[in-house]
Write a protein that binds this ligand. Structure first.
Ligand SMILES: C[S@@+](CC[C@H](N)C(=O)[O-])C[C@H]1O[C@@H](n2cnc3c(N)ncnc32)[C@H](O)[C@@H]1O
Length: 305
């Protein structure tokens, strides 16, 4: 989700009333077209890249990282992270000794992950160009998760943190991705999925100021609109970042769209793709899932192939 879009409850808690006060301030000049539809779930992420870490630091932060580290440490082989983005999860996992490969379609998101990876490598005393990665640095690959560019059974575990599977906005995208994961995952290997369930319940709004403060050497303001398409289970966030540097103001506009299935629907899709759901959790501390959980974590095992 915007990885951050999906953390609505976290954001609400962090920003409380302040974010509502400026709501609608610029509504007249920037109405998102009501009929605009996302063409692909990966659209928007290139434009979002410069702002992702800034926004994320104020919402989810790294709260999910210890959970994924614990899970990944049990893989017993290479681990693939789908939609690794700026390396928020992949870097700490690699630093903990996980043999990690991260894949993402967005070059600007990966560029940030690469910068992070090389910083970590420099701290560990390795040249940024060192061919030896496992143990401290994730390997980063540009590609689409619907057609994973890896050998069959190359991975002992595949992780899909922070709503990445919700970026698959058509049923056929999810089907292709699960088939692709099943191909690259060893028999008995674990697929870990984190879904952000409350997105379809967000009220629609237009041009609401959500965040504001210093960032990227400038002053940033995020103005956001939300549209729901219940028939297709889609939620679209139109984001407008206003970047002020001294007297200069630049605006960056983009849409991010997510498709949210229920746990039973996702379970059905997983079973069809050859997985057995082992565990469904409702938070990163391991509480069992129920209808009110604001996080859905599914751990599934690959059965056949
Ligand atoms: C919510 S971010 C998650 C980033 C990172 N895993 C984290 O937790 O911070 C989703 C990422 O998935 C990537 N993405 C979306 N659709 C994709 C696709 N079809 N193939 C590969 N990457 C995709 C985006 O570029 C973005 O970096």
């Amino acid at each position: 989700m915007s990885a951050t879009r999906l953390r609505s409850s976290t954001r609400n808690a962090s920003y409380g009333e302040a974010r509502h006060s400026a709501e609608g301030a610029t509504a007249a000049s920037h109405q998102p077209p009501a009929t605009r539809r996302a063409r692909e779930g990966w659209h928007g992420w290139d434009a979002y890249a410069p702002f992702y870490d800034w926004e994320n630091a104020q919402t989810l932060g790294r709260r999910d990282v210890p959970f994924w580290r614990r899970v990944a440490m049990q893989a017993g082989g290479p681990v693939l992270e789908l939609g690794c983005g700026t390396g928020r999860v992949s870097r700490p996992l690699a630093e903990a000794g996980v043999d990690l490969v991260g894949i993402d379609r967005s070059a600007p998101m990966l560029a940030r992950a690469l910068a992070r990876r090389n910083t970590a490598g420099a701290k560990a005393g390795r040249a940024p160009t060192s061919p030896r990665f496992g143990g401290t640095r994730p390997r980063l690959v540009r590609g689409d998760i619907r057609a994973l560019p890896f050998h069959p059974r190359a991975f002992a575990m595949v992780l899909a943190p922070y709503g990445i599977l919700q970026s698959l906005i058509r049923p056929r995208d999810l089907t292709a991705t699960l088939a692709s994961i099943a191909r690259v995952l060893r028999r008995g290997g674990t697929l870990g999925i984190d879904l952000v369930p409350d997105v379809p319940q967000w009220r629609e709004y237009t041009n609401r100021e959500q965040l504001s403060g210093p960032g990227n050497g400038a002053h940033l303001t995020l103005i956001e609109s939300v549209r729901q398409d219940p028939a297709r289970r889609l939620t679209t966030f139109t984001q407008r970042y206003v970047e002020r540097r001294g007297r200069r103001t630049r605006e960056h506009c983009f849409d991010l769209t997510f498709r949210t299935l229920t746990v039973p629907q996702m379970t059905h899709q997983l079973e069809r793709a050859g997985f057995a759901v082992q565990t469904v959790l409702g938070d990163y501390q391991g509480r069992p899932w129920d209808d009110r959980a604001d996080v859905w974590i599914i751990l599934a095992r690959r059965l056949r192939g």
